[in-house]
Ligand binder design. Structure first.
Ligand SMILES: *[C@@H]1O[C@H](CO)[C@@H](O)[C@H](O)[C@H]1NC(C)=O
Ligand SMILES: *[C@@H]1O[C@H](CO)[C@@H](O)[C@H](O)[C@H]1NC(C)=O
Ligand SMILES: *[C@@H]1O[C@H](CO)[C@@H](O)[C@H](O)[C@H]1NC(C)=O
Length: 389
């Protein structure tokens, strides 16, 4: 695999005289023998010892302290923000609460479930976060059947929450936190699922800052069904007349980035007449990837777990979003999270952003809580995450 990629690159270079590396192409790194200058409008940016990449933007002005060559090497080691790779389109948090109380449907607002705290979201928006993925339960919206009309009270409260976010200029991701299931049973009727999505998209058809997320973390179900459900959601959304909004599809096996390249390859076949599909993956950094332990495997695990997904996205000309990630409150995880985000940013031609798991008013002392001002994740990671905005 690697050999054939290198051979292809060499052939391309040989074909063009005075070759310059294209947008997002490699332009340096140890043992790199290809072009080291970039096409117009792009700069060769040092990413790591092995890889420099052509990223949009002008070169930083050389200083009198060093030649531009040595400057590139030294400043990159210090991770100077001016040399930071491309910008994310979406960067923010999950907002959990509307899906809580999974055993109790419809349940009672304030007892079994809650929607996000607008003040907390405002605090995050003021710091530059621009995307919030808001969880809800399909069982509370369509209470006695997937194709039923929606419960007015739950819809109103959910919509208020979404509108607060989008009126503030941010993106709101509608996240049916259902794992491909309805009342605990795998959804097998794709026509009903399509109707649910047509009904939901109808409610938000005029809000271009809304993003539709087909379902949270399909798992332990037929791979073809995951494909068919995602396609049904896309079809339902577009049938509602919602054409501007992005659609984030998810994969089987909890939408894990680390297994995407072997598990979810069939999802390459999804189609959207508006061409606005984004592949949403999730990735945690503990040993089993479940996001339940505070320890990360090692400081390099963040990037390691997503490189295969990056390659898949690029090879298939797709765009991705890391819809959930987090790390425990310790230095190894902090390094691993930085490595993860550095990797995503260095590959922001395919990775459109990332969302921390999770904010929400009911997390208490949960190790990943990103609820300002005192959530453990917020206290430990806000300064780190802000570097990537
Ligand atoms: C890469 O370069 C280093 C020195 O810069 C050299 O020792 C090594 O053999 C090279 N590896 C390959 C695969 O060419
Ligand atoms: C909606 O929110 C209000 C508080 O703003 C609450 O009193 C009410 O019970 C909620 N309704 C539902 C159905 O969640
Ligand atoms: C799949 O992705 C994983 C995790 O990023 C990576 O380690 C592995 O090499 C990839 N496998 C293939 C066949 O691309």
């Amino acid at each position: 695999m690697k050999g054939s990629i290198i051979a292809g690159a060499v052939a391309t270079l040989a074909a063009g005289a005075a070759a310059q590396a294209g947008a997002w192409a490699q332009c340096g790194g140890q043992n790199w023998s290809g072009a080291t200058t970039c096409v117009s409008g792009h700069t060769c940016v040092f990413v790591n010892q092995w890889y420099s990449q052509c990223q949009p933007g002008a070169a930083p002005q050389p200083t009198t302290l060093a030649t531009s060559t040595t400057r590139a090497a030294t400043t990159s080691a210090a991770a100077t923000p001016t040399l930071a790779p491309g910008k994310f389109k979406w960067f923010g948090t999950n907002q959990a609460g509307g899906e809580f109380g999974e055993k109790t449907y419809p349940g009672v607002w304030g007892t079994h479930f809650i929607f996000p705290d607008n003040n907390a979201i405002r605090t995050l928006i003021n710091q530059g976060y621009n995307t919030f993925r808001v969880g809800f339960a399909m069982e509370r919206l369509a209470q006695n059947g997937l194709t039923n009309s929606f419960d007015a009270g739950y819809l109103r409260n959910f919509t208020d929450s979404i509108n607060f976010i989008t009126n503030a200029g941010a993106y709101a991701v509608l996240d049916p936190h259902n794992y491909g299931r309805y009342f605990g049973n795998i959804i097998t009727n794709t026509a009903d699922f399509q109707t649910f999505w047509r009904n939901l998209a109808t409610q938000f058809v005029n809000n271009p800052r809304v993003i539709f997320d087909t379902n949270n973390e399909y798992h332990t179900m037929s791979q073809d069904l995951v494909l068919q459900l995602n396609q049904a959601a896309i079809n339902g959304i577009r049938a509602a007349g919602a054409k501007e909004q992005y659609i984030w599809v998810e994969g089987n096996s909890w939408s894990g980035a680390w297994t995407w390249n072997v598990t979810n390859t069939n999802l390459v076949a999804l189609t959207d007449p508006e061409n606005k599909i984004i592949y949403q993956m999730h990735q945690y950094l503990d040993s089993d990837g479940s996001g339940t332990a505070p320890a990360c495997v090692n400081a390099q695990i963040g990037a390691q777990r997503v490189v295969g997904a990056t390659a898949w996205l690029r090879a298939n000309n797709k765009k991705g979003i890391l819809g959930e990630f987090a790390g425990g409150p310790n230095d190894v995880c902090k390094q691993a999270v930085r490595g993860l985000l550095d990797h995503l940013k260095a590959n922001s031609d395919v990775w459109q952003g990332a969302l921390w798991w999770a904010g929400g008013p009911w997390w208490g002392d949960y190790m990943f809580s990103f609820e300002p001002p005192s959530g453990t994740g917020y206290v430990n990671y806000n300064n780190i995450l802000r570097e990537y905005i």
